[in-house]
Design a protein around this ligand. Sequence first.
Ligand SMILES: Cc1cc2nc3c(=O)[nH]c(=O)nc-3n(C[C@H](O)[C@H](O)[C@H](O)COP(=O)(O)OP(=O)(O)OC[C@H]3O[C@@H](n4cnc5c(N)ncnc54)[C@H](O)[C@@H]3O)c2cc1C
Length: 397
Amino acid sequence: MDITWNKRQLEIRERFHEVATDLVAVGTEARDRDGFFDRGVWKELAATDFWRLQVPADIGGLAQDGWDWLAAMEGLSLGAHDLGFLMSVASQSGLIRLLVTAGTAEQQDKWLPGLTSGDIAATGSTEESGGSDVRGFSTRAVPAADGGFILNGGKAHITNAPVADVVMLAARTDTEPGAFELSLFVTRTSVEGVEIGPGEDLLGLRTSPTGPIKFRDVRVRADAVIGGVGKGLTCLYDTLAYDRILFGIIVGSSLEAQLAPLIRQLETRHAFGAPLSEQQYMQEKAVSLAMALEGSRALAYRSFGLLDGRHDGYSLSASVTKLLASTGLVGSGLDLVQAFGHSGYESGSAVERNLRDSVAFKIAAGTDEMQKKNIFNHVRRAYRSRELDRGLRGSGT
Ligand SMILES: Cc1cc2nc3c(=O)[nH]c(=O)nc-3n(C[C@H](O)[C@H](O)[C@H](O)COP(=O)(O)OP(=O)(O)OC[C@H]3O[C@@H](n4cnc5c(N)ncnc54)[C@H](O)[C@@H]3O)c2cc1C
């Protein structure tokens, strides 16, 4: 198994590292202070053909394989110094990937040109009643006389919602009492009946707009369904696995970007007549960060290989990636504040912003607890199936 970037991908990674440094990082501090999402930056990023790297060449994109865009994302995450912007990017890329992997040719023609050239997408799964338990969702799609559907309900805490041009949402399509069926729909937010609520004021990720979307008798055509009626849960879990892998990529790069400032601080700050880097307690902070960096990245590569090749185990691996990444990001966020002492605790410092932003990674795309639940269910299922095999062999059947 080869998990090193090839020459082309290294060039892509470096290119988007530079793009992020010049385009995104320059305004991060101000956007965070003002709680502002800069649509101009988004448009300029689209103009670099960033999104077209996620779309295979045979359907109008530039990707030679699925890894190209991952290399671009790793580079972007390295230079951006803005976890909020990267959260918005990850959200958009989930829909693009879904269209590429599960969309019809007509759906790809309809949505991909806009989404790769500056349109902003939101993915609405969570509702006010809760995000972890999808069976509690109440947003509904009811068949209409013209073959389409009528959507009613609401989504909450949705990345990009306040600025979205396009929304993909999960709605129930079951008809029998006690049954549960989800389908995914995509529509423009400008259609009648879609109401975008005010942006939410959050602890961190203030550069990524988050908010509610309501649907009141929204009429969509039959071809608004992605992946087929009733296939929503499978498509949603697949998209979530992908998001979790992206979190591993984002965290790996974000930690890489923080490693040099941490080492510099340890080497240049003195206490008790010696640099902090001489103190083992302080060395440990760099060691933990390096372990989280390497672990998140390696697991993200492995998980993407499994997902991209449709191999078993991608869901387990994606959950492990996300859990390790979010734990490492928050742990290192605290370690960095500690290493910088009071200056790391001051509002507006990169270290302080990073800690605020990092907490969201324990909640979005499935909480840490949901990753643990998924991991446990997988390992228990594997154990039970091995035991069953052994029992059957033992009984000679
Ligand atoms: C920055 C940010 C961006 C987001 N963007 C999006 C988005 O784009 N689209 C979207 O659909 N959602 C989005 N969300 C919402 C996110 O997916 C939900 O917040 C998350 O799924 C948890 O749902 P909840 O907040 O309703 O908590 P709940 O589901 O109410 O859970 C509350 C707590 O209970 C725990 N819990 C629940 N059930 C169990 C259980 N069985 N076992 C153990 N613990 C349990 C949870 O882990 C959590 O800690 C975003 C959230 C954040 C913070």
